[in-house]
Write a protein that binds this ligand. Structure first.
Ligand code: PLP
Length: 434
């Protein structure tokens, strides 16, 4: 897999280099130079294959030139130890449940795959690395879980103080061992900016082998494409066109879906659904990309004012917004609309959506209404409702059932280091944490 930078100022690299560097030196993002198309026979038989078999074929097509088949098989089997079922919610509306992993959010897919792939590459070399990651809630815990106890890897997580849910904070701060949580007195965008700056800081990078783990790392995107294929396989018997609605923040998840489409997956349309942080829907509708400070919402993992995967999304369409518009529509919703959707779907069907999934549901409904399409609509449930229990219990006026993974956390001791919203503070922490 050869990868280029979206800023085109540095040479191409292979997968291994892209995975460990995270970000190219010209501050662009790594993109595969060539996205292979899978053969028609694969799509004809896809509904007879398991999730692991589908992922193996997709993964082999993408990285098979660099990772041996046997290793791909073992990585995929280690990562996909839980299901991603497509469940009916109402007529023509289905949900792809991506929350059955250890941290109950879709980020488990990317984080587990990345940790497993890095371990494979590191086996051959004797070197230590540090994973540095900013999280708006779910990335950090998925990464921490994915890398916990992995030899030769330390993890430092930056999260915005008081802007993640109590349970998310528990998930970030209770692991210990090779995981350190930094509580930043600022927003997610501040955390993300500090992380980006660390990767560009010569003093830090000359002393520490830094690797990123948020959605800018290409190894996070690869496994996220697997479940679009698997969802399609599950929906194929319904015999209709398939529309995906993706609740979006940094636009990594939808970018993986667009890559799946490029690989030949017959997806009719994508709905990029956001909360009040509506940078991408605005861009798609007006052609103007305008980053803004993020605003806090009840779907806090999508509170992103400067979506980092924007260059990748437009790159997939040769920077042609009209080409992009043929595949993607953008929709944005307020907290009131989101809460009302959680409530009405629960009342009508008994299905409990988390606020992020609910944004995806709303996008799908609106798209069907305005297009009049008769298709199979699938929205991605990116997190389990129990991760946002305060909000969800309040809306449905009932207690959401807490899965075992979360129950265990409640009495664990939290440990974090508070730091100011200042890059120099991060730098001195990193240089002394060696
Ligand atoms: C991270 C996250 C999102 C946004 O995904 P992107 O890839 O950043 O667009 C949506 N929902 C949940 C629950 C998340 O954790």
């Amino acid at each position: 897999m050869k990868l280029y930078s979206t800023n085109h100022q540095v040479p191409e690299v292979n997968l291994k280099e892209a995975v460990f560097k995270g970000l190219p030196d010209d501050n662009g993002l790594y993109m595969p130079e060539n996205i292979p198309t899978l053969p028609a026979s694969f799509f004809e038989n896809i509904d007879t294959l398991s999730f692991q078999d589908i992922a193996f074929e997709v993964c082999k097509a993408l990285i098979g030139d660099e990772v041996p088949e046997k290793e791909i098989r073992s990585i995929v089997d280690d990562v996909l130890t839980f299901d991603a079922p497509v469940v009916k919610v109402e007529n023509n509306i289905y949900v792809l449940e991506l929350f059955h992993g250890p941290t109950l959010a879709f980020k488990d897919f990317g984080a587990r795959f990345m940790a497993r792939l890095m371990s494979y590459f590191l086996q051959k070399e004797k070197k230590d690395i540090m994973i540095l990651v900013a999280t708006s809630g779910d990335t950090g815990s998925a990464v921490a879980q994915g890398f916990l106890d992995k030899a030769g890897i330390k993890v430092t997580i930056l999260y915005p103080s008081k802007k993640v849910s109590d349970l998310q904070e528990k998930q970030l701060t209770t692991l210990g061992k090779n995981i350190t949580a930094l509580e930043v007195l600022g927003t997610f965008d501040d955390c993300q900016r500090m992380v980006k700056q660390a990767f560009l800081d010569k003093e830090i990078t000359s002393k520490i082998n830094l690797s990123s783990a948020n959605s800018i790392n290409i190894s996070r995107l690869i496994p996220q494409s697997f479940y679009y294929f698997y969802a399609y396989a599950q929906a194929k018997k319904l015999g209709k066109k398939v529309v995906f609605s993706v609740p979006s923040g940094n636009f990594g998840n939808i970018c993986a879906g667009l890559i799946a489409k490029k690989m030949g997956l017959p997806i009719d349309m994508f709905v990029a659904s956001t909360n009040a942080n509506d940078i991408m829907p605005k861009y798609i509708n007006t052609g103007v990309f305008e980053a803004k400070p993020s605003v806090a919402t009840i779907s806090n993992a999508m509170d992103v004012g400067n979506p980092s995967n924007y260059p990748r999304v437009i790159e997939l369409y040769g920077k042609d917004i009209n080409a992009l518009r043929k595949d993607v529509v953008g929709k944005a919703y307020t907290d009131e609309e989101t809460a009302a959707a959680v409530k009405s779907v629960y009342k009508a069907t008994g299905y409990v959506m988390d606020p992020h999934g609910a944004v995806g549901y709303l996008g799908l409904k609106e798209y069907f209404e305005e297009s009049g399409k008769d298709a199979t609509g699938i929205f991605l449930a990116t997190a389990h409702p129990a991760k946002f229990i305060e909000v969800v219990n309040d809306i449905i006026e009932k207690d959401v059932e807490i899965p075992a993974q979360l129950k265990e956390l409640i009495n664990k001791k939290q440990e974090s280091i508070v730091i100011e919203n200042d890059f120099e503070k991060l730098k001195s922490f990193l240089l002394t944490a060696l």
